[in-house]
Design a protein around this ligand. Structure first.
Ligand SMILES: Cc1cc2nc3c(=O)[nH]c(=O)nc-3n(C[C@H](O)[C@H](O)[C@H](O)COP(=O)(O)OP(=O)(O)OC[C@H]3O[C@@H](n4cnc5c(N)ncnc54)[C@H](O)[C@@H]3O)c2cc1C
Length: 508
C-alpha cells in the first residue's frame, strides 16, 4: 500500500494549488486525478480576481500567470461594470486567462515542490480511523495517509462518501456555453444583450474564435438531455434572433444556478475545498477564485497539523473562516442571477442599481466583495488591519509579499521594538522575525504585525503603540502552537522544505 501524508483528490485549480502549498511546507502529498490527461479543450473559468493574484504574488509565482493573461480594469456584478483600477493593491485588474492555464501552471509549481500526481486514478472509497485514512482507488489499489482532501468538484465523491450534506437552492434557469467560430460576429470584445426571451453574450477570444453564452429563465433543462451545437444554436436564435453564423464547436456545455454548500468542510481526517464544498452560478467569475483561496487558507494549517507544529483544532478555523466566505459568494450570485432576469420589474431594478454603482462607495463595496479583497476573518483584538489581508507595503528592501514566498509566518517589526525578540524566540522554528523600515512615502498603518502564511494579519501594534507581549504570545500560540521545540507530527519523515532563500537574518 502506498503511504503519504496527504492525499488530494482532484487535480483542478483547487487541488493543485493546495498540493503546491503543502509541498512548499515540506509535506509529502499525492494528488489523485480521475482524468488520464489534463483538460485543455474545456476551459470554464476565464478570470483571476485581485485577491487570487495577490495570493500568487505572495508565493512569488504570479509572473507566470501574468505572462499568459490579459489585464482588464473592469469586473462585473450581473453585467453591471465595476472599475477596479482604484482598489488599493498592486494588481488592480482582472487577469483574463483560460482555466486550462490555471491548472497547468499550478501543476508545474506543485511538481517543483515535490508533489506527486497520479492521473487516471479515481477515489472510489475510504475508511478513517484514529491513525489515518485509507483511500481506495477505482483500480483496487489503496493509499494510506494522515488526511484526505476532497477537491473533486461539484459532484464530489469524497463529500458523498463522508456523508456531508450539501444543502442549498435548486436551479431556476438554464445557461449554455459554446466555444465556437462565428462567420458574422457582433462587434467588440464583449457583446452582451438582454432580450425578451433571455440574455446572451459573445466574448471574443481572438484568432477567430468566440465564447457564446445564453441564459434562459424559468426553464431548467433535463440533466440527461444532450448538449449539441443545435441546442446552442436554437437557444441563441430564440434569444438573439441570429446564430451569427456559428460553426466548428470546440466545447459546448450546460450549467445552471443551483447554489449549494457543504454543511461541514471537515469530517474527522477528511476535508473539502473548492467546488466540492460550494457550487453556484459562475456570475462574476468567483468559483475558481474562491477554491484557490480555500486552498491557500487550508494549506498552511494542514501542513502545520501534519508536521506536528499545531494542534488539530487549527483545522477547525478553516471551516470557521472559509464557510462564511463561500456562503456570501452563494448569496451574491443568487442576487446576480435574479438581476439578470428580463422581465420589466427586474429591468427597472437594474436601472436603479446601474445608477447606484456610479457612486464610488457602492462600486468599491461590490468590487471588494467580487474580488475578495474585503475579507476579514474573525480574530480577537482590535485594529483596522486585524483579520484582513496584509498590504503589500514597500520596505527599505523589497516588499512585504516577498517575505511570504516560502509560506512561513512573519512577525514584521517596522519600528525596531527590542521587546519582540524574547517573545519571538519561542516560535523561531515556525515564525520569522523580520526587521525592516517602510520605504519612504509608504504608510504601514502599524508598527508591528504578525502575518500568517496566507497573508492575513493575526496581531498588530498600531503606529506609535507599544507591543503587548501577552497578546502576541496568545496570537502565536493560537495560530502556530505552543512555544518551544516541535514535537509530534505524523511520525513519518518529512521531505525537507524547499530552500528558504530569504531568511529573517538577511533582512535584519
Ligand atoms: C461556464 C463557467 C464559467 C466559469 N467562469 C469562472 C470564472 O471566470 N472565474 C471563476 O473563478 N470561476 C469560474 N467558474 C467556476 C470554476 O470553473 C470552478 O469553480 C472551478 O473549476 C473549481 O475548481 P475545483 O478545482 O474546485 O474543481 P474542478 O475544476 O471541478 O476540479 C475537480 C477535479 O477533480 C477530478 N475528480 C472528480 N472526481 C474525482 C474522483 N473521484 N477521484 C479523483 N479525481 C476526481 C475531476 O476530474 C477534476 O479534475 C466557471 C464555471 C463555469 C461552468
Amino acid at each position: 500500500m502506498t503511504e503519504t501524508q496527504v492525499v488530494v483528490a482532484g487535480a483542478g485549480p483547487t487541488g493543485l494549488m493546495l498540493a503546491g502549498e503543502l509541498g512548499l511546507a515540506g509535506v509529502d502529498v499525492l494528488v489523485v486525478e480521475r482524468l488520464p490527461e489534463p483538460r485543455t479543450r474545456e476551459s470554464r473559468a476565464g478570470g483571476l480576481h485581485i485577491r487570487t493574484l495577490e495570493a500568487l504574488d505572495q508565493r512569488g509565482i504570479l509572473d507566470r500567470f501574468l505572462e499568459r493573461g490579459r489585464r482588464r480594469r473592469n469586473v462585473h456584478f450581473s453585467g453591471l461594470w465595476l472599475d477596479v483600477s482604484d482598489v488599493p493593491t498592486r494588481h488592480p485588474y482582472l487577469l483574463v486567462i483560460p482555466q486550462s492555464e490555471v491548472e497547468r501552471l499550478p501543476a508545474e509549481r506543485a511538481a517543483e515542490v515535490g508533489v506527486r500526481l497520479r492521473r487516471g486514478a479515481e477515489v472510489a472509497g475510504f475508511t478513517q480511523d484514529g491513525g489515518g485514512v485509507t483511500v481506495e482507488l477505482a483500480d483496487g489499489s489503496r493509499v494510506r495517509a494522515d488526511h484526505l482532501v476532497g477537491c473533486d468538484g461539484g459532484r464530489s465523491t469524497v463529500r458523498r462518501l463522508a456523508g456531508i450534506d450539501f444543502p442549498g437552492t435548486p436551479a431556476t434557469m438554464t445557461a449554455l456555453l459554446g466555444d465556437v467560430e462565428l462567420a458574422e460576429p457582433p462587434s467588440g470584445d464583449i457583446f452582451q444583450e438582454r432580450r425578451e426571451h433571455g440574455t446572451f453574450s459573445v466574448l471574443s477570444f481572438g484568432q477567430d474564435w468566440f465564447r457564446v453564452l445564453t441564459n434562459e429563465f424559468d426553464h431548467v433543462a433535463d440533466r440527461d438531455e444532450r448538449v449539441t451545437l443545435e441546442v446552442l444554436r436554437d437557444a441563441l436564435v430564440k434569444i438573439a434572433g441570429t446564430d451569427y453564423g456559428m460553426h466548428s464547436p470546440r466545447w459546448i456545455s450546460r450549467y445552471g444556478d443551483a447554489a449549494r454548500q457543504a454543511g461541514s468542510y471537515r469530517e474527522g481526517r477528511v476535508l473539502l475545498a473548492g467546488d466540492a464544498a460550494h457550487i453556484h452560478f459562475p456570475a462574476g467569475g468567483q468559483g475558481l477564485n474562491t477554491g484557490v483561496q480555500d486552498a491557500v487558507n487550508l494549506g498552511w494549517k494542514l501542513a502545520a497539523v501534519v508536521r506536528g507544529q499545531a494542534p488539530d483544532r487549527l483545522l477547525d478555523t478553516y471551516q470557521a473562516e472559509r464557510h462564511p466566505v463561500a456562503a456570501r459568494v452563494l448569496q451574491n450570485t443568487r442576487a446576480q442571477t435574479a438581476l439578470w432576469r428580463v422581465d420589466a420589474h427586474t429591468s427597472a431594478l437594474r436601472e436603479v442599481l446601474g445608477d447606484l454603482v456610479g457612486i464610488d462607495r457602492v462600486r468599491l463595496r461590490l468590487a471588494g466583495m467580487t474580488t475578495a479583497t474585503d475579507i476579514r476573518y474573525p480574530m480577537e483584538g482590535t485594529g483596522e488591519l486585524l483579520g484582513r489581508r496584509v498590504p503589500d507595503l514597500a520596505l527599505d528592501r523589497g516588499r512585504v509579499y516577498d517575505l511570504l514566498h516560502s509560506a512561513r509566518a512573519v512577525l514584521l517589526d517596522l519600528a525596531g521594538h527590542p521587546s519582540l525578540d524574547a517573545v519571538a524566540a519561542g516560535w523561531a522554528d515556525r515564525v520569522d522575525l523580520v526587521r525592516a523600515r517602510p520605504a519612504e512615502g509608504s504608510d504601514p498603518g502599524a508598527d508591528a504585525v504578525l502575518i500568517r502564511p496566507d497573508g492575513y494579519v493575526a496581531w498588530i501594534t498600531r503606529t506609535g503603540g507599544r507591543p503587548d507581549p501577552d497578546a502576541l504570545r496568545t496570537g502565536l500560540t493560537r495560530w502556530f502552537g505552543p512555544a518551544g521545540p516541535l514535537v509530534g507530527g505524523s511520525g513519518r519523515p518529512h521531505q525537507a522544505a524547499p530552500d528558504r532563500n530569504r531568511s529573517a537574518s538577511q533582512l535584519r
